[in-house]
Design a protein around this ligand. Structure first.
Ligand code: NAD
Ligand code: UD1
Length: 339
């Protein structure tokens, strides 16, 4: 079976390509390298001893997509390609709406034309409204997003579910990721953010490796046990395995289904920093800074539906996530620039 992976050279895409290859799937990938390096897929090939058919190009390029579907017999698409920097989406919203919405529109138009109507989409916990009770369940309220990035995820969910409602031949799975961190245990592939990281774990690992002086912890006056925010961190390899489970589902069903991919466990920022220091033996200096606009105090997933319907559950611990993030960062202090 052949899977087209858009954004396959990125962080989650490269780990998913690796899992797919190890399970014997054929992998075709398209990436425009706007936030990645072809070195990631070269290393996936090296780790698995298998090859990926890689196209460098934009998912909004309809002619290229037609060529890819003509040259390969694709059974299903996993659509990772997208821009994800929340702050940049606030300053340059058009770029986010153009990239994230038009990529999905062009992709699904071509898929419909060639009769491949099975798609798994990378959504986010960010689509949930801010006033829900925890844990967030798939039927918790969505909308009221606080930034254009979040709206692109919300709107893409609307587009894909509307298509599946209108044409029962479509099979759509919307995966709402919580906070992916960690790396393949080899330390050969991992997250390689450009510029100053926005997210917690890449910031911690860059402090640990000496690229940044200290971590700013955004707020220690939240209504949580230690005053810092709580999130549901999930190992990227568990997340990649969630996509494999979703492929089985999408191949056997019609319509549109949404699943959370999280662990169901909340971890505070301070717990994360302390676990990282314990798992790696490396000190991470930090200071308490003011709250970051838009942060929720607590966010974690309800995992019953993905366990019951997909038969998938995250298995790795916070300790594993910290150890593996550090394996990647310590072996590649400058990311994929270090060949
Ligand atoms: P990433 O930036 O590492 O990967 C995305 C990949 O898509 C990159 O390789 C980039 O070059 C490529 N890309 C972007 N626009 C493209 C286009 N128009 N055509 C072709 N390629 C394009 O990000 P990631 O962390 O691997 O995230 C993958 C997906 O998961 C994204 O859609 C992201 O929004 C979503 N997501 C990520 C997180 C997270 O915390 N990492 C959380 C929730 C959802
Ligand atoms: C952020 C985005 C969210 C996006 C997700 C994955 C915001 C408001 N939310 O979520 O839309 O889907 O990333 O890309 O940007 N923290 C620090 N110091 C840091 C970095 C983070 O204390 O230098 C804290 C944050 O305040 C938060 C926690 O660490 O409490 C996790 O932050 P982060 O990794 O950015 O994830 P989210 O805030 O959950």
């Amino acid at each position: 079976m052949a899977i087209l992976v858009t954004g396959g050279m990125g962080y989650i895409g490269s780990h998913t390509c690796l899992e797919l290859l190890e399970l014997g799937y054929e992998v075709v990938c398209i990436d425009n390298l706007s936030n990645s390096s072809p070195e990631s897929i070269r290393r996936v090939e090296e780790l698995t001893g298998k090859s990926v058919r890689a196209y460098i190009g934009d998912v909004r390029d309809e002619a290229l997509l037609r060529q890819i579907f003509a040259e390969n017999t694709i059974d299903c698409v996993i659509h990772f390609a997208g821009l994800k920097a929340v702050g940049e989406s606030v300053s340059i919203p058009w770029k986010y709406y153009d990239n994230n919405l038009n990529s999905t529109l062009v992709l699904t138009k071509v898929m419909a034309d060639v009769g491949v109507k099975r798609i798994i989409f990378s959504s986010s916990a960010t689509v949930y409204a801010g006033d829900n009770q925890m844990p967030l369940r798939e039927d918790s309220r969505t909308g009221g997003c606080t930034n254009p990035y979040g709206w692109t995820k919300y709107m893409t969910e609307q587009i894909l579910s509307g298509m599946a409602f209108a044409d029962r031949d479509w099979s759509v799975v919307l995966l709402r990721y919580f906070n992916p961190i960690g790396a393949h245990h080899s330390g050969r592939i991992g997250e390689d953010p450009q510029g100053i990281p926005n997210n917690l774990m890449p910031f911690i690992t860059q402090v640990a490796v000496g690229r940044r002086e200290r971590l700013n912890i955004f707020g220690n006056d939240y209504d949580t046990p230690d005053g810092t925010c709580i999130r549901d961190y999930i190992h990227v390899v568990d997340l990649a395995k969630g996509h494999v489970a979703a492929i089985s589902y999408v191949m056997q069903n019609q319509g549109c289904e949404v699943f959370n991919l999280g662990t169901g466990q909340g971890t505070s920022v301070l717990e994360m920093v302390n676990t990282f220091m314990e798992a790696t033996g490396v000190n991470v200096p930090y200071v308490f800074a003011g709250r970051r606009a838009g942060d929720l105090p607590v966010c974690y997933a309800g995992t019953d539906k993905s366990a019951q319907v997909l038969g998938w559950k995250a298995e790795k611990t916070l300790f594993d996530m910290c150890r593996d993030s550090w394996a990647w960062q310590s072996k590649n202090p400058m990311g994929y620039l270090e060949k």
